[in-house]
Design a protein. Structure first.
Length: 486
């Protein structure tokens, strides 16, 4: 099994012999977040320890080297990246079994795509059909509560309090395996074999099936009821809010998404969580997550190189290295420090702060994708390519999203408490205290006005450019800002 296929549902039976390869070369080739390296190694070593004699655990430089030393026939569930699939298919001595760990199979997705004919592949339609097919949150043929979608109720700004007021998430307890991993990572760094980003520890994300179930339990009991209404809000003193922190264990293959949504639906049916929160959460897991997975395989391999907005600037060092201290913009500094300290921030800082800033500044989408992949504990090729190239950077010209997720400071001000503690003013676009997001938004629209002109959802924003009396000053100011930390 690969390091993201670690749950019990990847095995055929309790006695199946298992090969796990710890390929260190992966960490030497790219600069990953240290907490991510820790989590992945910890999860793999924990799985090997659970399996005991049933598992052969090979530590080496590459998968190829490790497989060369194995005499028995080897099979593996369909890997999660094009590169890994090419590798196992290219060897000739590895049997590739069908995908596991997703609620919609490849055949079911293909059938759905065919049923669309020439219609656009819309997440909302995929999600509704998945709910019908799996009978999730359904009352006969109708959605529970009479509505498919509670997004409109789930976009509330944050409460006026400093935190959401839900219990802090349950954190895993580190053990001797974590200690050994930390010791090895220190040694590899000392020997100059690897270099990491960010800080490591304490481990925040579940690394075993048991820990993942405990995280799920904790979320369903204490946090799911509050998940919906403030799903899109950000609070500087509450990075976790009511989010589940399940992306890392789900992407390590430790949890089956079907068991995750069954627990959420049970909470609704048992009157322990409101429908809006439960629907919002289930939409993320069997809607967005599965849609992204299938698009990764469905779209051509060239998708990852798309760059419809011709964005070619390199990532500046302060961003690439997570140097939050050098950034005055309160929202951006907070998001970068979250990534630095945990390798995680929730969806809205990813999309509307980090991604939005990169989009506004015209940073190369492939570089942005690589950065997200390396810097986030839950980052894998399949999930990053559609989310960053498509959703966040609009580099696909509108396959994933109908319009670019570009927004000025007014959005961030409405959805967070950052602006009141920032040296910039979200209403200003010119001057010493001009908000870099507000000014950057107009500079972005102006730069891309011709490319976005045919997008029906961009008509109104683009027409706003003509009404700006200070457009030239905004553009000059933002050109001067260049790649400097705002
Ligand atoms: C630019 C950008 C990059 C992202 N990169 C990743 C990534 O590398 N890995 C990743 O798992 N998610 C990614 N996401 C999606 C989402 O932001 C994270 O899944 C979520 O923030 C993880 O925190 P959580 O588990 O507390 O999620 P919750 O808010 O509790 O949501 C529940 C679950 O829904 C799933 N989910 C929700 N949205 C998405 C989505 N768009 N794509 C895939 N799964 C989704 C996740 O499994 C998540 O655990 C990205 C989003 C953006 C905008
Ligand atoms: S004023 Fe602008 S830079 Fe400062 S926190 Fe608000 S949106 Fe971010």
């Amino acid at each position: 099994m690969f390091g993201d296929q670690l749950g019990p549902h990847f095995l055929d039976g309790p006695d199946q012999p298992v090969l796990i390869v710890e390929a260190r070369g992966v960490f030497a080739r790219r600069r990953f977040h240290r907490a991510k390296a820790h989590l992945v190694l910890s999860a793999m070593r924990h799985r090997a320890a659970e399996l005991g004699d049933q598992c052969v655990y090979v530590r080496g430089d590459t998968y190829g080297e490790a497989l060369d030393g194995i005499r028995e026939p080897v099979s593996v569930c369909h890997p999660t990246s094009h590169a890994a699939l090419r590798f196992v298919q290219g060897r000739g001595d590895v049997e590739v079994a069908p995908v596991r760990g997703f609620a919609t199979s490849t055949d079911e997705f293909d059938l759905w795509v065919r049923s669309r004919g020439r219609r656009r592949l819309l997440m909302e339609d995929f999600y509704r059909d998945t709910r019908r097919r799996l009978g999730v949150l359904m009352e006969g043929e109708e959605p529970a509560g009479g509505r498919w979608n509670y997004d409109a109720d789930n976009r509330e700004p944050p409460p006026r309090s400093a935190t959401l007021g839900v219990a802090e998430p349950l954190w895993p307890t580190e053990d001797e395996i974590d200690e050994e991993v930390r010791h090895d990572l220190n040694r590899w760094e000392r020997e100059g074999r690897v270099a990491f980003l960010g800080s490591d520890g304490p481990r925040r994300f579940a690394g075993t099936h048991r820990e993942a179930l405990a995280t799920l339990d904790d979320f369903i009991t204490d946090r799911l009821p509050a998940f919906g209404p403030h799903e899109d809000a950000m609070l500087s003193a509450d990075p976790w809010m009511a989010h589940s922190l399940l992306s890392a264990p789900l992407n390590l293959g430790l949890l089956d998404p079907i068991e995750v949504i069954a627990r959420a639906e049970d909470a609704y049916r048992g009157g322990r969580a409101p429908l809006g929160s439960v629907e919002g959460f289930i939409r993320q897991v069997i809607g967005w997550r599965e849609f992204v997975w299938h698009l990764y395989w469905h779209l051509p391999r060239s998708y990852r190189a798309r760059n419809e907005l011709h964005a070619t600037s390199p990532l500046p060092g302060w961003f690439a290295d997570l140097d939050a201290e050098s950034v005055d913009a309160a929202c951006l500094s907070d998001a970068l420090s979250g990534v630095r300290d945990h390798g995680w921030v929730h969806h809205i800082p990813r999309l509307m702060v980090l991604g939005n800033y990169a989009l506004q500044r015209g940073w190369d989408p492939a570089e942005v994708t690589d950065w997200f992949h390396r810097a986030f504990v839950d980052g894998y090729d399949w999930v990053m390519v559609p989310n960053v190239i498509g959703m966040s950077q609009f580099a696909d010209g509108g396959v994933m999203a109908t319009k670019p997720y570009a927004a000025g400071g007014a959005y961030i001000d409405r959805m967070s408490d950052f602006c009141s503690n920032c040296r910039y003013d979200p209403r200003k676009r010119v001057g010493q205290d001009a908000c870099p997001f507000t000014a950057g938004y107009w500079a972005f629209l102006h730069r891309n006005r011709e490319r976005l002109a045919t997008n029906p959802r961009m008509g109104r924003p683009l027409s706003g450019i003509g009404r700006l009396g200070d457009l030239e000053a905004v553009i000059e100011q933002e050109a001067d800002r260049g790649s400097a930390a705002p």
